[in-house]
Every structure is written in structure tokens, then in C-alpha cells.
Write a protein that binds this ligand. Structure first.
Ligand SMILES: Cc1cc2nc3c(=O)[nH]c(=O)nc-3n(C[C@H](O)[C@H](O)[C@H](O)COP(=O)(O)OP(=O)(O)OC[C@H]3O[C@@H](n4cnc5c(N)ncnc54)[C@H](O)[C@@H]3O)c2cc1C
Length: 576
């Protein structure tokens, strides 16, 4: 049966409804209320993605004594000088605007000090307590208020719609629209738009242990690769050191036990219940995320793993009653899985948390493809080699807002729709619908093999031999996914079909991560090569760029432009 897409036309199309997507919708409507704005999302608006899961909070220089220069320097030092400094500067300066907007225009209630000022807490890697929060459920507050505001505006919602492919214009002038799939009916939908925002939130869910929401499968990054866009810093995958080990077959495994546990004095113990972090770093359990994650993996590899393959976290020496009072949410999360965090030992393992890499973009959120904009965790360059906790939600809301305004400005001056390239549409339909009716593949086996390959060979400790092995395995997995059919003819909410589409994207983006990891022959931030353990000269720092080349991927190294400050210098010196 031939599949012909339903066509929808809109001025602005936004893919994703996290902090980036929702802010883009609000800003686009604010800048140009007459424009038609469509938000298309793989789940339900306001109920999916990772912004909703934000626990710790939002970094912004607000308090006396803090400054945008200080926030900027923390971001650059944390990123090991790989950041695009224009993007990082935009982040720290616009975060001040966005947080006021969240409070005074959108109605977010953040925690306050007794004197009425906004409470800001300490987060790792920062020289000032600048993390704004709402208890430890900051993301729910932000997304609920954003969703309410979007609902009350005239914004079209395409829920349970997944983006399949970016469709270029027939005349080569840029993007014409996006081929989507209405998951409820199984019908393809071609959304033609004058401007489109990619805000699908990345998400390293190709690793055996991971934290992001299940709807995130790197779809935006895979679509960008297929469309020929450059992705930068793809080797930079952040692991959170303490993911819960709750056994196989539960999504609770991999979820985060927050950093504050170690900050408050929690211990990490090996199988023989001995502390070990002091052997690896003088800061012991309070070392940064990358250092603690690497140390745990070394301890495990050296034969000191707990029964389920991790290490223990112990809090009981701080007084079970105090721990239960201070870390209520974490204690309850562990109790739900049968563990006593306050009084006993809980098994933990590092867990893939965030991708610093993504689509190369400019401070105004434009990309290399005209009419395509990008924001949030789909983008690369803001964080460099490491993201500070609290800079993730600042990133998505800051750049989402900027993208909305920029798209509105651009569309007001260009009211014509580009003609979609029919070959692009055909290819997208063939990719998505081709497997239907063909013999089934073993998707579960493919997923397990992907998890193991990425965890073992493209994970926290990397070397050339492991990356080479991973290359072969990923090529094999790509072939296995391509071969896998979906025999069930019913297209409505066909989760096996969705699973296959997810895996195809995850394998492609895994290949990009592996290629960039092989190309970077030094260690910095989240990327550690055991065969190149040193960090190369910061003054001649280069970042990786991965592009599609024929059937494969090409990686180049581009020099970092130190537009605000050079390694060895500080904006704080200049301000003093
Ligand atoms: C457990 C956890 C805790 C965190 N805590 C913090 C914190 O304390 N502070 C901080 O700064 N950051 C934190 N982060 C990171 C933060 O959540 C992200 O940096 C940020 O919110 C990402 O925003 P986004 O808008 O780019 O993506 P998301 O909020 O993830 O939204 C992505 C959207 O895209 C949609 N989508 C995906 N694929 C498709 C498709 N094919 N078609 C259509 N739609 C699609 C999704 O359904 C979703 O709506 C945390 C992350 C996790 C997982």
C-alpha cells in the first residue's frame, strides 16, 4: 500500500516540548502573535522529556558578589576550554533575563531566603552558590508553568507525533519542513514550515545505564546527521557517578541518586566495604562527576565490584534520622526499590546523563541549514567538555527563548513556503514504512548488544582497541536494525515499530560518538582515553566535528576561538 502523507502548513514548527521547545513557542508568539506556531512532540506536551526531571536547579548569577564573568569562567573552566565562548557568554548573560521571566511573567515559585531574596545553593564545579531551585523538583515547577502558558495561547499541538526526517527544499535553498509520524494512527504527516526548531533534547539512552526519559532516543541528532549537518563535541558524554542499581528489568536502575549525598559526606565503598575514592583523588567522594565516575569504574574493573556489579553508597555514619530528614526524596526512592539508604548500603553505578555534543549552532540559534534552528540538549558547543550541574536547564530555556524570537523575526520577512524535495519525502517514507510487513528482527537482542558495546567500549574509560571493536560492532548493529522488519500490520501505536525507529537513530548517533572519541587523542572533561591520559595544550585546543560522508561518517578537528578569554587568563582578573 502506498503511503501518502497528510500535509500541514505552519509558520513555525517546533520539535519537542522541553524547556527549549516551550520557551521557543512563547517567545515566537510574543514577538509575532499573528504567526501560526506548531509544537510537535513525541509524547504529551508538558509530560515528557528531561526538563521535567530536573532536580537540582538552574544556574544564574543573581546574588551580590556573583557576576556573569564568574559564571562564565566557571563554565569555561568546567568545559576544559572547549566551549564556544560566544555561546557560553550568551548562556550566562541571558540566564539573568530568563530567570526573571520565569518568576515574574510565567509564575514559577522558587525557594527564597528569609529576607525574600531567591535562595541559591551550591553545585559542583562552581565558585559561587548560584543554583536557583524549587526544593528538589525544580523541573516540574518550570515545565508546569511553561505548559500552562503555552496552552492558553493559540499554539497548535501535535502530540504523540514523532519527527522522522528533515525535508530539504526542492530548490536547495534550505529546509522545507519535517516528515512526521502520527503515532496514534500510524499515518505520516508532512509539516511544511517557514522556520523549524530542533529541540528534541539529545539523550544518551544508548548506554546500559542511563538517566534520561525513555522518549529520548537522539532522534534530532540522527535527523541532523542524515541531513548533512555538522555535530560538534560528540565524544563528550557526561556520566553521573551514582545511578541506582536496582536489578535488571526495572527502569529504576540507572536513575540518579543525587550529588548532594556525596556532598553531605556520604561514602563510596567497594565490595569489601572499604572506602576507595581517596586512592584516586584527594577530594575523595567530593571530586567532580567525571573523576568519581572513572574511579568507580577502575575499582570495579580491578575486581572489587559489589554483587550486582557496582559499588556501595553509605550514609548511615551521618545519622540515619538526619539523612532521612535531609534527603527525603532519595531515601523514599531507594525504599521503593527495597533499599535502606539512611541506615544501610545501596548499590550504585555511574549512569549516562547528558550529551554535551550536538548540532553546531550560532548564538541566534541558526544552523548550517537555512530555516533550521536548534536549541537545548540537541546542540553542541555551550558546555565544551563538561556541563556544570545547573547549566543544562539554563541552556535549554535561554536558547529556546532566543530561537523563538529569531524564528519570528525571520518568518515575518519571508511568508512563502519552500517546496519540499519529493525525493527527500520518498526516502523518509521508505526508511520509516519499509520495515512494515517484513519478517521480524530481534530488537531486544540488538538493544542489549548496543547497551553493552557503548558501555564497555565507548563509555567512561576508552582506548583505541575498544573503540575499534565498537566500530565493527556498531556497523553490525546498524545492519541488523536495517534488516529487522515489523510483521504486525497494525500501524496504530505500534510500539515495536517505534522501538525499531528509536534503535536506528541510537545506533547512528552511537557511531558518531565513537568516531569523535577515536579522533580525540587526548583526555579532557568527560572524555578519557587510557591510551592518551594527558590533556593536550589548552592554548591550541581543537574540537571535533562529525558529518555524514557517503555511507560513513567523517571527523575533522576545528580550532577553538578564544573570543572572550584565553587559557591562563580570567575575566575576573580584568574585572578586578
Ligand atoms: C534526572 C535528570 C536530572 C537533571 N537535573 C538537572 C538539574 O538539576 N539542572 C540542570 O541544569 N539540568 C538537569 N538535567 C538536564 C536537563 O534536564 C536538560 O539539560 C534540559 O532540560 C534539556 O532540555 P531540552 O528542552 O533540550 O530537552 P527535553 O526537556 O528533554 O525535551 C525534549 C523534547 O523532545 C521530544 N522529542 C524527542 N524526540 C522527538 C521526536 N522524534 N519528535 C518529536 N519530539 C521529540 C521529547 O518528547 C521532549 O518533549 C537533568 C536531567 C535528568 C535526566
Amino acid at each position: 500500500m502506498r503511503t501518502v502523507p497528510t500535509t500541514i502548513e505552519t509558520d513555525i514548527l517546533i520539535l519537542g516540548s522541553g524547556g527549549a521547545g516551550l520557551f521557543a513557542a512563547l517567545h515566537a508568539k510574543k514577538a509575532a502573535p499573528e504567526l501560526e506556531v506548531t509544537v510537535a512532540v513525541k509524547g504529551l506536551l508538558g509530560k515528557c522529556g528531561c526538563t521535567r526531571m530536573v532536580q537540582g536547579g538552574y544556574n544564574v548569577a543573581l546574588a551580590p558578589g556573583d557576576s556573569v564573568e564568574r559564571h562564565f569562567m566557571d563554565t569555561i573552566e568546567g568545559g576544559k576550554w572547549l566551549n564556544n565562548q560566544e555561546l557560553a557568554w550568551t548562556l550566562v548573560t541571558e540566564a539573568q533575563v530568563r530567570i526573571r521571566e520565569l518568576e515574574t511573567e510565567l509564575g514559577c515559585f522558587f525557594d527564597r531566603n528569609p529576607d525574600g531574596s531567591v535562595h541559591q545553593k551550591a553545585f559542583a564545579g562552581q565558585t559561587f552558590d548560584r543554583t536557583v531551585h524549587k526544593g528538589d523538583l525544580t523541573g516540574i515547577e518550570i515545565i508546569n508553568r511553561l505548559s500552562e502558558q503555552v496552552w492558553r495561547r493559540d499554539v497548535r499541538r501535535l502530540e504523540d507525533h514523532r519527527a522522522l526526517e528533515l525535508i530539504p527544499a526542492a530548490d536547495g535553498s534550505g529546509l522545507a519542513g519535517v516528515l512526521m509520524l502520527d503515532m496514534r494512527t500510524g499515518i505520516p504527516v508532512l509539516v511544511r514550515a517557514r522556520a523549524t526548531l530542533l529541540a528534541t533534547g539529545g539523550g544518551p539512552t544508548m548506554y546500559k545505564f542511563h538517566t534520561p526519559s525513555g522518549d529520548k532516543t537522539c532522534d534530532g541528532l540522527a535527523m541532523a546527521l542524515r541531513a548533512g549537518l555538522p555535530l560538534r563535541d560528540m565524544e563528550m558524554v557526561q556520566f553521573h557517578p551514582t545511578g541506582l542499581l536496582a536489578g535488571a528489568g526495572t527502569r529504576m536502575t540507572g536513575t540518579v541518586l543525587e550529588e548532594g549525598l556525596r556532598g553531605a559526606g556520604g561514602y563510596l565503598l567497594d565490595a569489601s566495604q572499604e572506602r576507595f575514592m581517596q586512592h584516586y583523588d584527594p577530594r575523595a567522594e567530593r571530586a567532580t562527576r567525571d573523576v568519581v565516575s572513572r574511579s568507580i569504574m577502575r575499582r570495579i574493573r580491578d575486581g572489587h565490584a559489589t554483587p550486582h556489579g557496582g559499588v556501595y553508597i553509605q550514609m548511615s555514619h551521618l545519622g540515619p534520622a538526619d539523612v532521612a530528614a535531609k534527603f527525603k526524596g532519595m531515601v523514599e526512592r531507594c525504599a521503593d526499590c527495597g533499599f535502606d539508604l539512611a541506615g544501610g548500603l545501596v548499590e550504585v553505578i555511574p549512569t549516562a546523563h547528558y550529551m554535551m555534543g550536538g548540532v553546531a549552532f550560532r548564538p541566534g540559534c541558526g544552523t548550517a541549514l537555512p530555516r533550521l534552528y536548534a536549541a537545548g540538549e540537541d546542540t553542541g558547543g555551550v558546555h565544551g567538555a563538561n556541563r556544570l550541574g545547573g547549566n543544562g536547564v539554563a541552556n535549554s530555556t535561554v536558547f529556546g527563548g532566543l530561537a523563538g524570537s529569531a524564528m519570528a523575526r525571520a518568518v515575518r520577512g519571508a511568508r512563502t513556503l519552500a517546496e519540499p524535495d519529493p525525493h527527500g519525502v520518498e526516502a523518509g517514507l521508505a526508511r520509516a514504512y519499509g520495515p512494515l510487513g517484513r519478517p521480524a528482527g530481534d530488537l531486544e537482542a540488538i538493544r542489549e548488544a548496543l547497551y553493552a558495546t557503548m558501555w564497555d567500549d565507548v563509555g567512561i574509560l576508552r582506548d583505541a582497541a575498544g573503540l575499534a571493536r565498537a566500530g565493527e560492532r556498531l556497523d553490525g548493529l546498524a545492519a541488523a536494525v536495517a534488516e529487522a522488519g515489523i510483521p504486525d500490520g497494525d500501524r496504530r501505536y505500534n510500539l515495536t515499530w517505534m522501538d525499531r525507529l528509536n534503535l536506528e537513530n541510537l545506533v547512528l548517533v552511537s557511531q558518531a560518538i565513537r568516531a569523535a572519541a577515536l579522533a580525540r587523542t587526548d583526555s579532557r572533561g568527560a572524555h578519557f582515553r587510557e591510551d592518551f591520559p594527558e590533556t593536550s595544550d589548552l592554548a591550541t585546543s581543537h574540537y571535533t566535528v562529525v558529518r555524514r560522508a557517503g555511507d560513513g561518517l567523517d571527523v575533522t578537528m576545528e580550532p577553538v576561538a578564544f573570543t572572550h578569554v584565553r587559557p591562563g587568563a580570567s575575566l575576573l582578573d580584568a574585572a578586578a
